[in-house]
Design a protein around this ligand. Structure first.
Ligand code: LLP
Length: 415
């Protein structure tokens, strides 16, 4: 993580000592670096400078208003998947005409809100969705800009839960039905066909499958044009992976964008990208405090105050997140499973970690900026943690910790 470094033994994010953040805001607590978010977004944008392009940050990765606001100020576009995400983007100062709307199950109210806001494009995932969007746009007296998300049937070689580009998958329109779907879209009076879209999965560590998907999509765009339906843009989705552990090698953002730019040069297509994780993943950490050290069945457990309720990735995908102490301690290291207080054996944040720990120590769970807070829950009636953004030497609380009262404020007992 670029903005993360150790100074005199203390872990810092930008110029802020994370132990101070833990003390001031309490734990568990998510902390993001503004500089790291800006640097990765700019890496995409600058590498595509000579190409007509729009980097649409995938809001689902981290939808805190401060994150969206930082990106909106850079001129970012946004890839949304719900009316809720649209509302967040607009509240954070994002421009509606830079929003694209993805997702397999768009509701009518969501379509209406997006049309009323004037978004740039709907990424449509099925024929019935085309028909619904046509009807909703017609009722509003507008034309909806659409791009079809096609399923290129390419194996992203990532975790099956986050792989989306294979045939048996719920996402996108099957490649062999795509031409017919384009003809339907072109016939529907309230739609304007503008592009083609694909997204084959997430945390992709080799670019070969992404390149293969792009080739298939470009072939399709040519076939669509040959039927008299010219397309203006090609959306290559998101999915670029990040480095979670040292031995992992992640694709370089700039190099990937240069490959894309070279490939579309001369085609006349504008490029749309939907990166999420690559922008925020390594810009955030989750802070936790050690509650107990427990020696059990020959194993050592460090029980901390963060859990699968705050960060579900290790439990759900067996994902690896590095775990490091906030302050260097002159103690002996031992091997721990770092676990939370939730009543599930899967409530694990990391297994077999060599750490020098004592109760009360602060820890940082790294690479937690993407799919962390957004996937958190109130399981075991745990209030969601607070979020903090670091900007140079200041640490700003950008979301308050939930209160226990708020968890059941909408509930009631029977009379
Ligand atoms: N576009 C579409 C249509 C998507 O479905 C996704 C992610 C993205 C863009 C952004 O992908 P990224 O650049 O972040 O890889 N919860 C999982 C990841 C789920 C990804 C879902 N779709 C995780 O924690 O690994």
């Amino acid at each position: 993580m670029s903005a993360l470094h150790r100074q005199d033994g203390d872990l810092h994010l930008e110029s802020v000592r994370l132990a101070d953040v833990a003390r001031r805001f309490g734990t568990p607590c998510y902390v993001y670096s503004r500089a790291a978010i800006e640097a990765s977004w700019r890496a995409f944008d600058e590498a595509l400078a000579g190409t007509d392009h729009l980097v649409c940050y995938a809001v689902k990765a981290n939808s805190n208003l401060a994150v969206l606001g930082v990106l909106a100020a850079l001129g970012s576009g946004f890839d949304i998947v719900s009316g809720g995400e649209l509302a967040r983007v607009l509240a954070a100062g994002g421009r509606a005409d830079r929003v694209i709307f993805s997702g397999v199950g768009k509701g009518e109210a969501e379509m209406r809100a997006a049309l009323a806001a004037g978004i740039r494009c709907f990424n449509v995932e099925s024929e019935p969705e085309l028909e619904r969007l046509d009807a909703v746009a017609g009722a509003l007296g507008v034309r909806a800009p659409v791009s079809l998300r096609v399923n290129p049937d390419v194996d992203a070689r990532t975790h099956p839960y986050i792989s989306t580009g294979l045939k048996g998958n719920k996402f996108g329109i099957a490649h062999d039905r795509a031409l017919a779907a384009y003809e339907l879209a072109a016939r529907l009076p309230n739609l304007e066909v503008t592009g083609v879209d694909c997204h084959i999965g997430s945390q992709i560590l080799e670019t070969a499958p992404l390149e293969e998907a792009l080739e298939r999509v470009l072939d399709l765009a040519a076939a669509v044009a040959a039927r008299g339906i010219p397309l203006r843009h090609v959306d290559v989705g998101g999915g670029l992976g990040i480095r979670y552990r040292e031995e992992e090698q992640a694709p370089d953002i700039r190099r990937w964008c240069e490959t894309l730019a070279r490939r579309v040069a001369g085609t006349g297509y504008g490029l749309v990208l939907e990166p999420g994780r690559a922008i925020v993943g390594n810009a955030g950490v989750l802070l936790a405090t050690v509650e107990y050290l427990k020696l059990d069945k020959g194993k050592r457990f460090a029980i901390v105050d963060a859990s699968m309720s705050e960060l579900i990735r290790p439990a759900l995908y067996e994902a690896w997140h590095d775990i490091v102490p906030l302050a260097a301690a002159a103690r002996e290291e031992a091997e721990y499973d770092v676990v939370g207080p939730v009543c599930e054996s899967s409530d694990v944040l990391g297994t077999a970690r060599r750490l020098a720990l004592a109760p009360g120590d602060g820890l940082a769970i790294l690479s937690a900026g993407a799919y962390g807070m957004v996937m958190s829950s109130n399981y075991n009636s745990r209030p969601r943690p607070c979020e903090v953004m670091v900007d140079g030497a200041r640490a700003v609380g950008v979301r308050a910790r939930e209160s226990v009262d708020s968890l059941f404020a909408g509930e009631r007992t029977l009379d």
